[in-house]
Design a protein around this ligand. Structure first.
Ligand code: GLV
Length: 320
């Protein structure tokens, strides 16, 4: 049986597939495949290990052929999958939850600390070699005693909440449903709507999946609800934030700053974003640790091995 891997991955995932007795074909390109390249590359595959740029829809499924049994995403997010189409063809879809939670939560705090302490601005000034220590130079905000607002209390949002708590922050969150056990465990407070979180938080961190209902969850109106001293942080999906509206809010100081790892139209930035001082930007690397990326490859491989051996997948995903 043939397993196609659309981009080289770290860790033992490829080796595990080879040892499983599959013919493993890994893309020789160190970049996402162009659409036609991808469609040609997956022909005849029984399993495909996909990247989040690979759109998996009817066209993909038809190109692969009727022997396709599993598509294993190298990501926790799976908005690149057309799940109704996959299930109508009886193709299993899987993602890589849990193994990247720590990496993403820690990167979220790398971004939070960078934006509130103006690390990128400061770095540029340090490079000029013409700075002086000054009582009013580059003043930032302390996190202790401030309110962290978590939008979406899933695995990653939950870990971000815990780290915030460890730093002495008050934690509030919104989610479709309250998690009383979690609230009691870490001392967080549930808010029935994202608006209530936006109104009170000093740092708002987004951890919702991209769904029709979360597209542009943060738009001009929502940004106006935030405090002018508050920061917005996004390590989920770019489309959850109306980026043009965010650029305006940052220019007009409707909010104090933003730190983003994801963008609406990656790898492009909305015009003006690159000119602002009150932003910290990273190129979709929140899960980019050796530990997480190796484990993601291994989990994707295990899912493929299981399904192609007629066993249930470890981490299937289904349409909500
Ligand atoms: C990365 O964005 C992921 O969904 O794992």
């Amino acid at each position: 049986m043939k397993v196609v891997v659309t981009r080289k991955i770290p860790g033992n995932g490829i080796k595990m597939l080879q040892e499983g007795g599959f013919e493993v074909v890994v893309s020789p390109q160190n970049r996402p495949l162009e659409r036609q390249e991808l469609l040609n590359f997956i022909q005849g595959a029984n399993g495909v290990l996909t990247q989040l740029q690979d759109k998996v829809n009817d066209e993909f499924i038809n190109s692969a052929g009727p022997q396709l049994k599993i598509v294993a995403n190298f990501a926790v997010g799976f908005d690149n999958f057309d799940l109704p189409s996959l299930s109508s063809h009886n193709i299993v879809a899987t993602n890589t939850p849990d193994v990247l939670t720590e990496a993403v939560a820690e990167h979220t705090f790398a971004l939070i600390l960078s934006i509130v302490r103006r690390v990128v601005e400061a770095y540029k000034i340090a490079l000029t070699q013409s700075f002086t220590f000054g009582p009013e130079v580059l003043l930032g905000m302390e996190l202790k005693g401030k309110t962290l607002g978590v939008l979406g209390l899933g695995r990653i949002g939950g870990r971000v909440a815990e780290i915030g708590k460890a730093l002495g922050m008050n934690v509030i969150y919104s989610d479709p449903k309250a998690n009383v056990e979690f609230e009691q465990k870490i001392g967080a407070s549930f808010k029935a709507t994202p608006e209530e979180v936006l109104k009170e938080a000093d740092v708002v961190s987004i951890h919702v999946p991209l769904l029709d209902s979360t597209k542009h969850l943060i738009n001009t109106e929502k940004l106006k609800i935030m405090k002018p001293t508050a920061y917005l942080v996004n390590t989920s999906r770019g489309l959850v934030v109306d980026e043009a509206a965010l650029v305006e809010a940052l220019k007009n100081k409707t909010i104090a700053g933003a730190a983003l790892d994801v963008f609406e139209n990656e790898p492009y930035l909305s015009p003006g974003l690159e000119l602002l001082d009150n932003v910290v930007l990273t190129p979709h690397i929140a899960s980019a640790t050796i530990e997480a990326r190796s484990a993601m490859g291994e989990l994707a491989a295990k899912n493929i091995i299981a399904v192609l051996s007629n066993q249930p997948p470890l981490t299937p995903v289904k349409a909500k």
